[in-house]
Design a protein around this ligand. Structure first.
Ligand code: CA
Length: 220
């Protein structure tokens, strides 16, 4: 399951949550509603949301990008951590999932911080680049279809400023990336992506085993 952290025993995982998880009520409610959904494993884990919120504060982010919104947990966690003039440009193709997200952004009082772009994310990212927004974002979170990860990453890397952070989700892919018998397209795409980032000298790198694996790439 990706909505807890990979590789931890239930006992240790619950202990970690019991002494560190400070989940705002609105996020708990969103998580409970999303848990009823058949695609609920697409939601990030609550400790990952809290970790990303901390990253936002640490780098003093104001302008952020999200590729893959789903029901809005990560964008809401980020929006709550941003200053009042902060922004999330949120990319998704699903009217249905993002309707849930919108409801919670509203409820949390951060709807004015989130600019939802309902279109294929590659098109939205290309439009941002064409509009001269390269090097203007502080943070980008990539959590969408795995076959396009490389395209999302390359565009996000252009859009973030020097010292900005690109965070990529599901890089451990439920452990499948480590199993040579698994050869489906998404698994192969993530494997190739991980290998590429390992060699990528444009960024400093850390692969963090939180949630389903989160790679942090800081642009030089
Ligand atoms: Ca994910």
């Amino acid at each position: 399951m990706s909505n807890q952290s990979i590789g931890l025993s239930e006992q240790v995982y619950h202990y970690l949550q019991s002494v560190s998880l400070r989940e705002p009520t609105v996020l708990t409610q969103l998580r409970q509603e999303t848990a009823q959904h058949t695609m609920s494993r697409m939601q990030i884990s609550p400790e990952q949301g809290q970790f990303m919120a901390l990253l936002i504060q640490l780098i003093g982010a104001k302008k952020t990008l999200e590729v893959g919104v789903f029901t809005g947990y990560s964008s809401l966690a980020v929006a709550l951590a941003l200053p009042p003039d902060g922004k999330v440009i949120a990319c998704d193709v699903s009217e249905e999932y993002t309707a849930i997200a919108r409801r919670y952004w509203q409820q949390a009082g951060v709807a004015d911080k989130v600019d939802l772009r309902l279109a294929p994310a590659l098109e939205t990212l290309d439009a941002l680049l064409a509009a001269g927004q390269a090097n203007t974002f502080d943070f980008a979170f990539i959590d969408a279809d795995k076959s396009n990860y490389d395209g999302y990453y390359e565009r996000s890397l252009q859009l973030v400023r020097s010292g900005g952070l690109v965070a990529i989700d599901n890089v451990l892919w439920y452990g499948r990336v480590a199993d040579p018998d698994v050869q489906d397209n998404s698994t192969k795409a993530i494997r190739a992506f991980n290998q590429k980032l390992y060699q990528d000298e444009r960024v400093s790198l850390s692969m963090v085993p939180i949630g389903d694996g989160l790679t942090l790439a800081r642009k030089h």
